[in-house]
Design a protein around this ligand. Structure first.
Ligand code: PGA
Length: 244
C-alpha cells in the first residue's frame, strides 16, 4: 500500500524563531503517517535531527558550480534533507521552469539520493477550457523521469487556482484527477500503483478528512496550514484516521 504522507511546504517563510513549530510538529507522531516539512533552506540543518522528515523546496540540476544563489540536491542532502519538491507551480510560474527542467531537477534529486515530490496541476483557465487532464498528461510525461519509482518519487496534484486561495476542487474533481494520474503511472511504471499521490491546494483542518477519503489520495502537500503546529497537527490526525 502507498504510504500516507502529510507534507508541509513552508515556502519563503520561517526564521530560527520558528524552529519551535517544527519541534511541536515533530513531537506529534502518528502511526502510519510520514510527516514531512519543507522549510526554507536556511533552516534545514537546524532541524535535521528532529524526528521529522525534512525536505528542500527546489534544487539546481547541477551538483555544484557557478550558479549564484542556487542550491544543489547534494547540498540539501548534506544539510539533512531526504526529500525535495520539484516543479512547484510557484517555481514554474516565477522562474519559468519547464517540464524538461523539472525532470532534470528530479534526476538531480535521485543522483543525490533524495526522493522527489513532483508537483503538477492546471491553472483556472486550463480547467475552464476543459484541458485539465491533458495538462496533467503533458506534465506527467514531461516532468517525471523514466527512472522514477514508487520509492524515489511522490506526485503532488496541486490545482494552481487552489493554492493559497481557500478554494478547493469538488471531491469528484479530485477523484477524477487522482484516478487519472494513478492510471497513467500504472501504464508507464511497473510499480505505478504504489507511487504516493498527494493533493495540495488550500488543505486545512476543516477539509482534510473529506479530501483524504477520496480514492487514490495518499496524503497532502500543505502550504499555509503547515506554518502553525495547531493547524497542521489536525491534518496529520485526519490522515492517520483514514482507513487506507
Ligand atoms: P496552500 O499551498 O496549502 O497554502 O494552498 C499549497 C502548496 O503550494 O503546496
Amino acid at each position: 500500500m502507498p504510504r500516507k504522507i502529510a507534507a508541509g511546504n513552508w515556502k519563503m517563510n520561517g526564521l530560527r524563531a520558528d524552529l519551535d513549530v517544527l519541534r511541536a510538529i515533530a513531537a506529534h507522531q502518528a502511526a502510519s503517517v510520514e510527516v514531512l516539512i519543507c522549510p526554507p533552506a536556511t533552516l534545514i540543518a537546524a532541524c535535521a535531527d528532529l524526528p521529522l522528515g525534512i525536505g528542500g523546496q527546489d534544487c539546481h540540476v547541477s551538483a555544484y558550480g557557478a550558479h549564484t544563489g542556487d542550491i544543489s540536491a547534494e547540498m540539501l542532502a548534506d544539510a539533512g534533507a531526504r526529500t525535495v519538491l520539484t516543479g512547484h507551480s510557484e517555481r514554474r510560474a516565477d522562474h519559468g521552469e519547464s517540464d524538461a527542467m523539472v525532470a532534470a531537477k528530479t534526476q538531480a534529486a535521485y543522483r543525490a539520493g533524495l526522493r522527489a515530490i513532483i508537483c503538477i496541476g492546471e491553472t483556472l483557465d486550463q480547467r475552464e477550457e476543459g484541458a485539465t487532464l491533458s495538462v496533467i498528461d503533458t506534465q506527467l510525461a514531461g516532468s517525471v523521469p523514466d527512472d522514477a519509482t514508487a520509492a524515489n518519487t511522490v506526485i503532488a496534484y496541486e490545482p494552481v487556482w487552489a493554492i493559497g486561495t481557500g478554494r478547493i476542487p469538488t471531491m469528484e474533481q479530485v477523484a477524477e484527477v487522482h484516478a487519472h494520474i494513478r492510471q497513467r503511472l500504472a501504464d508507464r511504471f511497473a510499480d505505478g500503483a504504489e507511487f504516493p499521490l498527494l493533493y495540495g491546494g488550500s488543505v486545512k483542518a476543516g477539509n482534510a478528512a473529506e479530501i483524504f477519503a477520496v480514492a487514490n489520495v495518499d496524503g497532502a502537500l500543505v502550504g499555509g496550514a503547515s506554518l502553525k503546529a495547531a493547524d497542521f497537527i489536525p491534518i496529520i490526525d485526519a490522515l492517520a484516521a483514514t482507513s487506507s
